[in-house]
Design a protein around this ligand. Structure first.
Ligand code: ZN
Length: 304
């Protein structure tokens, strides 16, 4: 198994929506958006699991958000081989679709989605531009990979750069047969691209929310229930019986707070209020000082 040169992290919009979905009533549209983001991300992870099995000499860069001439573009997966760079656009749609150049139409719902080739072509064009600016002249290949085994695309011509679920194994074999070894030049390019990678700006599709509207409390790690009890050492779920170390549960819940309110101070009292189930503030203070950096005097400590 090879480790990616650049790992994929969960998109921040998805992380936020997941937390909001537990603590706020989302509209149907917001729930659909969350579900689509989650499906997309799961599909990407599925493809990562396959590229990790590659045995040829290569560098894998997962999820790059780049900019060239004021245009931003995203590469789901980039793999550098000795003489070719491969761009993969990953799709996790399922069901039966009909291919047309202007879009893919679902045969069950009639809804249309954009032709992923448009995005792939744009990404290739902009990436080529960026490579030229950086002084590289590698051969560039791009494909759209459909990872969901329950996906069918009718009337897609065989010469289109689509890779269907039944062809992924052969893709991996093909990638394993790439000749040559990556050199310091490839490492230089990989490092440069990682340094140019931008962090995602939180999407404006996120619902607006105030602290007061959110449900406070710690949720069960297993089933997300708010019906939990803090015992001496553990957090126990009244619904599923799941058990977690109390300090892990508190820190996990503080992370949710930080994600939703990056500008709010983390203090013993704010965490106690946010977590709800721990009556003794000394326990909170002990956990925070064990896992987080402190700032300020004892009475007004802020944790980072
Ligand atoms: Zn539970």
């Amino acid at each position: 198994m090879i480790v990616a040169f650049k790992e994929r992290v969960e998109p921040i919009t998805l992380s936020k929506l997941k937390v909001l979905n537990k603590r706020l009533v989302l509209s149907d549209e917001e729930k659909r958006y969350l579900s689509n983001l989650d499906k997309g991300y799961q599909g990407e992870l599925q493809f990562d699991a396959m590229t990790e099995t590659l045995t040829s000499s290569c560098l894998i860069l997962n999820e790059l958000l780049l900019e060239v001439e004021k245009a931003t573009f995203q590469i789901d997966t980039l793999i550098l081989f000795a003489d070719t760079l491969y761009i993969f656009e990953i799709k996790n749609n399922h069901g039966d679709y009909l291919y047309k150049q202007e879009g893919l139409t679902s045969l069950t719902t009639g809804a249309s989605i954009k032709n992923p080739l448009d995005q792939l072509n744009r990404t290739k064009l902009l990436f080529k531009k960026l490579l030229n600016q950086l002084g590289y002249n590698f051969k560039l290949q791009g494909s759209v990979v459909f990872v969901n085994p329950e996906f069918t695309l009718y009337q897609a011509q065989p010469d289109l750069p689509f890779i269907f679920p039944t062809q992924i194994k052969r893709l991996i074999t093909h990638l394993n047969n790439q000749l040559g070894k990556v050199s310091t030049n490839h490492y230089k390019l990989a490092n440069k691209l990682v340094s140019l990678h931008q962090t995602e700006s939180p999407s404006n599709k996120l619902p607006s929310f105030n602290y007061d509207e959110l449900k406070e409390g710690i949720t069960c790690l297993e089933c997300e229930s708010f019906s939990v009890t803090a015992s001496h050492k553990f957090l126990e779920c009244d619904d599923c019986g799941g058990r977690e170390l109390l300090e892990t549960a508190v820190i996990r819940t503080v992370e949710e707070y930080k994600l939703l309110f990056p500008n709010r101070a983390i203090t013993t009292s704010s965490v106690q209020q946010w977590c709800m189930v721990i009556e003794n503030s000394k326990r909170i203070r002990r956990i925070l000082s064990k896992y987080m950096a402190m700032e300020g005097t004892r009475k007004w400590t802020i944790y980072k």
